[in-house]
Design a protein around this ligand. Structure first.
Ligand code: 5GP
Ligand code: ZN
Length: 116
């Protein structure tokens, strides 16, 4: 996708601090980290949102979920981390190229889900 920020990072047109790259995926540090560890794991294939996932993407998504804890550990998350996929307007998605946020650090993260 011509104007997609994350496709530009994949093509090397925008700099990013990459922590992992293979033929299918790329992971790089978030430009505005929300915690001591905060990186984004993306497919190289431009898929706009999780809602656009199709049956042929199952292996790719499985690989990303398999990678997430390994990359988290490589970034120093030895005692857990949080994964977030914001989807669409209601999900608060800002960049429309599917990405998994991986967030962590030494301290427990604040609760995201508050029960009424
Ligand atoms: P979303 O709200 O779409 O789930 O999250 C998008 C994330 O991408 C945000 O956390 C934001 O800080 C990050 N981001 C946006 N533009 C760039 C960029 O050019 N480089 C990097 N490394 N991260 C970006
Ligand atoms: Zn893209």
């Amino acid at each position: 996708m011509e104007n997609c920020i994350f496709c530009k990072i994949i093509r090397g047109e925008i700099p990013a601090t990459k922590i992992h790259e293979d033929e299918d995926t790329l992971a790089f540090l978030d430009i505005h980290p929300a915690a001591p560890v905060h990186f984004l794991l993306i497919p190289k294939l431009h898929i706009a949102t999780l809602s656009d996932i199709d049956v042929q993407h199952q292996q790719l998504l499985g690989k990303m979920l398999w990678l997430a804890p390994r990359l988290a550990a490589s970034q120093g998350c030895t005692d857990g981390f949080r994964t977030i996929i914001n989807t669409g307007r209601v999900g608060g998605q800002e960049v429309f190229h599917l990405h998994i946020h991986v967030i962590g650090g030494k301290d427990r993260l604040p609760a995201m889900i508050h029960h009424g």
